[in-house]
Design a protein around this ligand. Structure first.
Ligand code: M6R
Length: 360
């Protein structure tokens, strides 16, 4: 049941310290600076030359997060919408790894992309929450995120666990290919181990409710980010539209000036996510929106330069650039939740949507 919480979504947002701890349990070894993904045999990914991620919705945002972080680790990768895969899939061969990211393991679009990739000779892995799901049975290998059941239609705790597991998988792929761990792994692992506590801090001190209240009744809500902040901006906007029924849009920060800036007014609050990926550029992009009258809400650590110019601040603890977006995402989940709550929306079961989409 929901226990002390009014909604499953809120419960599941608050479960993230636990669900993330479960995801990484036994899979990292910070003392020795190692990833211990016993889910795969030694050297499994040594021959992988490129990686394609296929997924839909929130899982696609996690996939994009994983793909960008893999590119940062020097491995060629792309994230593709599973529902576009059948019409224009990039070629695969036996050195292509195709990773199907799906919480339920039952999304029809994702299953057909997985089947197509497998039929064409790719090595397939699914990153899923459900043991025994179709994706887990059909993929060559499965990596379980161990988030526990997610009841709310809006995916929350499964997103953070997917993103973390994809980050780990990416580091493992990079290590297998090079025969040694990536250089930045040593600083990443302790930050990863600290994530459950950092998320707890965000949950305990968040100003998301007052910010959702302050910007109630706006015309549209924009979310921007760069690098790993970009999928987080997309996810922030998807969550917002899904449960509030208000218009929201996520953009790569640098894209604002290529068109969307025309929409910006004093009635379009801009949530800017800062993850340490060229933040100074994102800050300039955000300021351009603010100059056009948009309220600027900075999602960043307390000592960040964005705090000085922002109209409001959602604080996140300092951590690795590889993980900061996940703390920012928790703040954005809370903003959407409170905005939907003020509007009295049926948060756990938004109109027109189903938890598991089993048709193409
Ligand atoms: O079960 P899956 O992860 O494959 O589901 C994919 C999407 O249908 C899902 O993430 C959807 O976008 C959520 N309702 C978003 O909150």
């Amino acid at each position: 049941g929901k226990g002390e919480y009014d909604h499953y979504m809120k419960k599941e947002i608050h479960e993230q310290p636990t669900s993330l701890a479960q995801a990484i349990e036994g899979r990292i070894d910070p003392e020795n600076g190692r990833i211990a993904l016993a889910d795969f045999g030694p050297g499994t990914f040594a021959d992988v030359s490129s990686v394609q991620f296929v997924a839909c919705g929130t899982s696609y945002h996690a996939a994009l997060y994983g793909s960008l972080s893999l590119n940062q680790a020097g491995v060629h990768s792309t994230a593709l919408l599973a529902n576009e895969y059948s019409v224009a899939a990039p070629p695969v061969d036996d050195e292509t790894l195709v990773v199907a990211v799906t919480q339920s393991g039952e999304t029809a679009d994702t299953l057909s992309a997985l089947r197509q990739a497998r039929a064409n000779g790719a090595y397939t892995v699914t990153v899923t929450n459900v043991v025994g799901s179709t994706a887990a049975r059909e993929a060559d290998d499965a990596l379980f995120i161990r988030a526990g059941p997610e009841i709310g239609v809006a995916a929350t705790k499964t997103f953070s666990s997917q993103a973390v597991m994809l980050t780990l998988l990416g580091q493992r792929i990079a290590a297998d290919r090079r025969g040694k761990p990536p250089a930045d792994l040593e600083s990443l692992l302790p930050d990863l181990a600290a994530m459950p506590d950092e998320i707890e801090r965000v949950l305990e001190s968040s100003d998301a409710a007052s910010i959702a209240d302050r910007y109630r009744g706006s015309r549209s809500y924009f979310f921007i980010g760069r690098g790993l902040g970009y999928p987080v901006a997309l996810e922030g906007a998807l969550k917002f539209k899904e449960i509030t029924y208000e218009h929201a849009e996520g953009f790569a920060s640098g894209e604002l000036k290529h068109g969307p800036l025309a929409l910006v007014t004093s009635e379009t609050p801009v949530f800017a996510v800062f993850t340490g990926d060229e933040d100074e550029k994102t800050l300039k992009n955000a300021e351009e929106a603010q100059t056009r009258g948009a309220p600027l809400i900075a999602v960043c650590p307390d000592d960040h330069p964005a705090v000085e110019i922002a109209d409001a601040h959602l604080e996140i603890p300092d951590t690795s650039a590889a993980l900061a977006g996940l703390l920012a995402n928790v703040q954005l989940q809370l903003v959407s939740y409170h905005a939907a709550n003020f509007l009295d929306r049926p948060i756990d079961k938004p109109r027109n949507l189903a938890k598991s989409v089993t048709v193409e």
